[in-house]
Design a protein around this ligand. Structure first.
Ligand code: FES
Length: 102
């Protein structure tokens, strides 16, 4: 059984702000820069803020609760790489964009 799931929603409004989506039992934060779509676990490792309600600017994702910052390529916290967001693979296919949840 495939762990890839079609992201069945409009992604055009993703740019500076993220988006929070639920897939099965997981809550995912989606962000998009000029080239890439990125998916992270929505839970901030600091105190559980909703990362998907944060912003992405110049490759840095900012948590809306206490402004911790994370590298959008790796998910690692800028100030302390021990803390990181869970990352999920994204794949563009002919019929849409998919996320792998495992
Ligand atoms: S919960 Fe994200 S910075 Fe505090």
């Amino acid at each position: 059984m495939s762990d890839w799931i079609l992201i069945d929603c409009d992604l055009d409004d993703l740019q500076l702000n993220g988006k929070v989506l639920k897939f099965k039992n997981k809550t995912i934060a989606l962000f998009k820069d000029d080239k890439n779509l990125m998916a992270f676990g929505n839970r901030c490792p600091h105190r559980g803020g909703s990362i998907g309600n944060g912003t992405l600017k110049n490759g840095i994702i900012s948590c809306p609760w206490h402004n911790w910052k994370f590298d959008s390529k790796t998910g690692k916290a800028i100030e302390n790489e021990i803390h990181c967001l869970k990352t999920y693979p994204i794949e563009k296919r002919n019929d849409g964009v998919y996320i792998k949840l495992k």
